[in-house]
Design a protein around this ligand. Structure first.
Ligand code: ZN
Ligand code: ZN
Length: 213
């Protein structure tokens, strides 16, 4: 498969209007990989031909591992754990969760959205968004980020903030740890700040949201 044919996949996988970008990975990096790595080109194939969900999920995970330099690591969760350990041993300050590789579960939904977008671009409009990484909420399609909790419940219960300023700065403990504010937060209660899930109902029903990166 030629590099040219893989560009649609590359653009969608690294972030476009309907898909998230991958933290720390620019399009130039991805293009370099695509040009020099036959396995990566091979993985692209399934997104721009016709593939089953299982194939998309499997190839998407492989693509993500290659993109973030995971080499022959078998799965993203292992890679995430390895990178976490490396960061913990390298410095004593807190590990910024958003700098770790995405989880396998989150990548599943990313890959599904990428496939859907590629298919739409090449003219296949027969797929249903809610089968491919999106869900309908209040009349709008919003991306499904993952189907697992962000952390074990015991941890989620101890991470909370007490911001008086809308949780929009790095000083917000929840934000700093890559978590959305929750009902256990002192002031915002996870409903009234910039770090909680909110849907702007004033926007047109057909709007498709770009995922927060
Ligand atoms: Zn806060
Ligand atoms: Zn908050």
């Amino acid at each position: 498969m030629s590099v040219c044919e893989c560009l649609l996949f590359l653009h969608a996988f690294t972030g476009c209007d309907t898909t998230s970008r991958v933290y720390g990975i620019g399009k130039a990096t991805a293009l370099k990989l695509l040009r020099h790595n036959i396995e990566f080109q091979d993985v692209c194939k399934c997104f721009i031909t016709s593939a089953s969900k299982e194939e998309v999920i499997q190839h998407g995970e492989r693509a993500m591992i290659m993109l973030i330099g995971g080499g022959s690591t078998g799965n993203l969760d292992t890679l995430r754990f390895q990178r976490f350990n490396a960061k913990v041993t390298a410095n004593t300050t807190c590990v910024q969760v958003h700098t770790l590789p995405p989880t396998s579960a989150a990548t599943v939904f990313h890959s599904l959205r990428v496939y859907l977008q590629c298919q739409v671009w090449i003219g296949n409009t027969s797929l249903q968004a809610d089968e491919w990484g999106w869900q309908m909420k209040n009349g709008m399609y919003v991306p499904i980020k993952t189907n697992l909790p962000a952390a074990p419940e015991q941890i989620l219960n101890v991470v909370r903030c007490n911001c008086k300023t809308n949780c929009d700065s790095k000083r917000c403990t929840c934000r700093k740890n890559g978590l959305e504010c929750s009902y256990s937060c002192g002031t915002c209660r996870g409903i009234s700040c910039t770090n909680s899930i909110q849907i702007d109902e004033s926007v047109d029903d057909m709007t498709i949201y770009t995922e927060k990166s």
